[in-house]
Design a binder for this molecule. Structure first.
Ligand SMILES: [Zn+2]
Length: 157
């Protein structure tokens, strides 16, 4: 986490991730991620929050709006993928697929990056980071929150 010292585990070829095809319900999510923002849906009737995107609230069928999320969450569960023969995934193994509970409530499936797979733990605090995968879409990945970063959000930068 200090200098970028090349080593065997750090030399993963920069293959592009598969890009999603945004539709009417999901386009705001993908474009926000493209801009480096995490958004979730909030029901304007009952206030429930949800992700992935749907056209109605799962709780009361009310209309939903997009609201900004903090990008903070915790690892609910995860698995380490050690075998995947399809590109580009085979270039990344081993990698971590995780369920992350967002601070706002929704549980999302994602990848944990920025640490060794064996260092991922259930309950670990993580924060979203973003990767552009097409002109209209970005994806949210989650990385461990470092010690200095784990307190209240200072918004220093
Ligand atoms: Zn609702």
């Amino acid at each position: 986490m200090t200098d970028r010292t090349p080593n065997a585990t750090d030399e993963r070829p920069p293959k592009p991730r598969p890009a999603p095809t945004p539709d009417a319900d999901s386009a705001p999510y993908w474009s926000a991620a493209r801009e480096g923002r995490l958004v979730v849906q909030r029901c304007t009737n009952c206030g429930a929050r949800q992700l992935y995107p749907r056209d109605r609230c799962l709780v009361c069928r009310g209309p939903v709006e997009w609201v900004e999320a903090t990008g903070r969450g915790t690892v609910y569960s995860f698995t380490v993928i050690r075998q995947n023969y399809s590109r580009p995934f085979r270039d990344w193994i081993p990698y971590v697929v995780a369920l992350v509970d967002l601070e706002e409530g929704p549980r999302v499936m994602t990848n944990i990056v920025g640490c060794e797979p064996d260092d991922v733990r259930i309950g670990m605090p993580v924060r979203a980071q973003f990767e552009a995968v097409s002109d209209e879409a970005g994806i949210a990945l989650f990385a461990p929150v470092s010690g200095a970063d784990s307190g209240a959000d200072s918004g220093a930068d």
